[in-house]
Design a protein around this ligand. Structure first.
Ligand code: KIV
Ligand code: ZN
Length: 390
C-alpha cells in the first residue's frame, strides 16, 4: 500500500456515542460495526471498555465479529483501564489499544494538578504497559490543539520510545485554525525523533465548524490517519464527518491522497447511524443530507437538467444516492416543471407548458413544495388536459 493512503479511523461507536441520549445497545453496535467493516474503514474504535460493563461487552462482541478492520479500545493512562481494554479486545484479529493523557497547560495544571514532567512519565508508562498486551498501540495527546509544540514534540518522542505505532494529535476543543493545525503536524514531522516509525493521526472536533478543514490540512502536512464519525456526530458540536473527509480526498485527486472506503455505501451508512441513534441529520448536511443533491431554484434546475455538473461536484451515485432531485417550488422554472411532468408521464409541448406553468405558479405560491400528486392535479385541471392525453 502506498504511503498516500490515508487510514480512516471510525469513532462513531466511541466519541460519536458520547452524544447525549444516543446510547446504543450491544446488538445495535454490532450491526453498525459490521457495516463499517464492509464500508472499508481501517480502524473501528468500538468503545471505552473500562467505562461500563455495557461498553466492555460491546467491545468484546465487536472484536469477535469484525473481519478486516483493526478494532480499538480507548483508555486513560491508567493501568486498570489498559488491562480491561486488553481483555475486551482479546478476540480481535487486529487489536489496538488507544491510550493517552492531556498535554495542554490547562489539562496539566487544572485537571491533573501536576507537572509537564509527570505527564511525560505517565505517557511513557501507559504506552509501555499497553505494549505488554498488544503490538499496536495508539497514543493520544489530549488537547494537543492547545498544547505548545515544543512540549508536544517531547511527549510524542516519549510515546515513540515506549513503542507507540500511531500518534493521535487531537484538537479536542475544536479551537485550531486549519493553517495552525497543519503547521502543528508539519512541526511534529520535522522535529520529533523517530517520527518516521509511526503514523500521525488527526482527531478534530467541530466547535468552530473547522473539523473537516483541519483534518484535511493535517493529511496535506503529513498525517496519514483521520479519526472521524458518520454524520460528524460526537461530543458538543461533533467530530470530523467521515463522509466529508473521504469525499474531499476523492474529489481532489491532485492531492494524491486516497482512502479504502467504498463511497457508494456512505448514504446507507449515514441512514443506519441516524436511525439507530435517533439523531436527525440536518437537510443541508454535506454529502448525506436530504438536500445535498436537491435543486430548487429555477436557474440551477435548468442547468442541472441540461448538464448535471453545472451545479453538482459529486455524482450522487458515488455516495449511494440514486439521483439528483429537482424540487418544485414557486422558485422553479418551466424546465423543471417539464422535467418532473415527464417523469410522471406527461410529454408537454411548449404551448401546453406555458398554460400549465401559470397554474403551477398559483398552486406553488400556496404550497411549499409540489409533489407528484400535485403535478397530476395541476395538469388534470388545466384547459389543455384533453389535448395532452389525446
Ligand atoms: O477529543 C479527544 O481528545 C479524544 C481523545 C480521548 C482521543 O476524543
Ligand atoms: Zn474526541
Amino acid at each position: 500500500m502506498s504511503n498516500n493512503n490515508v487510514k480512516i479511523f471510525d469513532t462513531t461507536l466511541r466519541d460519536g456515542e458520547q452524544v447525549p441520549g444516543c446510547k446504543l445497545n450491544t446488538e445495535q453496535k454490532v450491526v453498525i460495526a459490521k457495516q463499517l467493516d464492509a464500508l472499508g474503514v481501517d480502524v473501528i474504535e468500538a468503545g471505552f471498555p473500562v467505562s461500563s460493563p455495557g461498553d466492555f461487552k460491546s467491545v468484546k462482541a465487536i472484536s469477535k465479529i469484525v473481519k478486516n478492520a483493526t478494532v480499538c479500545g480507548l483508555t486513560r493512562s491508567v493501568e486498570n483501564d489498559i488491562k480491561v481494554a486488553a481483555e475486551a479486545l482479546k478476540y480481535a484479529v487486529k487489536p489496538r489499544i488507544h491510550t493517552g493523557i492531556g498535554t495542554s497547560e490547562l489539562h496539566i495544571v487544572h485537571k491533573f494538578k501536576t507537572t509537564q514532567e509527570d505527564v511525560l512519565e505517565r505517557a511513557y508508562a501507559a504506552v509501555k504497559y499497553a505494549k505488554s498486551f498488544v503490538e499496536d498501540v495508539e497514543f493520544y495527546a489530549e488537547d494537543a490543539g492547545r498544547t505548545e509544540n515544543h512540549y508536544l514534540a517531547r511527549v510524542c518522542e516519549a510515546a515513540i520510545k515506549a513503542g507507540a505505532t500511531v500518534l493521535n494529535i487531537p484538537d479536542t476543543t475544536g479551537y485550531c485554525l486549519p493553517s495552525e493545525y497543519g503547521a502543528k503536524i508539519k512541526y511534529l514531522k520535522e522535529n520529533v525523533k523517530g517520527i518516521e516509525k509511526v503514523i500521525l493521526s488527526c482527531h478534530c472536533h467541530n466547535d468552530l465548524g473547522l473539523a473537516t478543514a483541519n483534518s484535511i490540512e493535517g493529511v496535506i502536512n503529513g498525517a496519514r490517519q483521520i479519526e472521524c464519525t458518520i454524520n460528524g456526530i460526537g461530543e458538543r458540536a461533533g467530530n470530523t464527518a467521515l463522509e466529508e473527509v473521504v469525499m474531499v480526498l476523492k474529489q481532489h485527486p491532485y492531492l494524491n491522497l486516497d482512502t479504502n472506503v467504498n463511497t457508494s455505501m456512505l448514504y446507507g451508512m449515514s441512514q443506519l447511524v441516524s436511525d439507530s441513534m435517533g439523531i436527525y441529520t440536518q437537510p443541508n448536511k454535506a454529502i448525506v443530507g436530504a438536500n445535498a443533491f436537491a435543486h430548487s431554484s429555477g436557474i440551477h434546475q435548468d442547468g442541472v437538467i441540461k448538464h448535471r455538473e453545472t451545479y453538482e461536484i459529486i455524482d450522487p451515485k458515488d455516495v449511494g444516492v440514486t439521483e439528483s432531485a429537482i424540487v418544485l417550488t414557486a422558485r422553479s422554472g418551466r424546465a423543471a416543471l417539464a422535467y418532473r411532468a415527464k417523469k410522471v408521464g406527461y410529454e408537454l409541448t411548449k404551448l401546453q407548458l406555458d398554460e400549465i406553468y401559470a397554474n403551477f405558479l398559483r398552486f406553488a405560491d400556496r404550497k411549499k413544495e409540489i409533489d407528484d400528486n400535485d403535478i397530476h392535479q395541476i395538469i388534470e385541471t388545466s384547459k389543455v388536459y384533453n389535448e395532452i392525453i389525446a
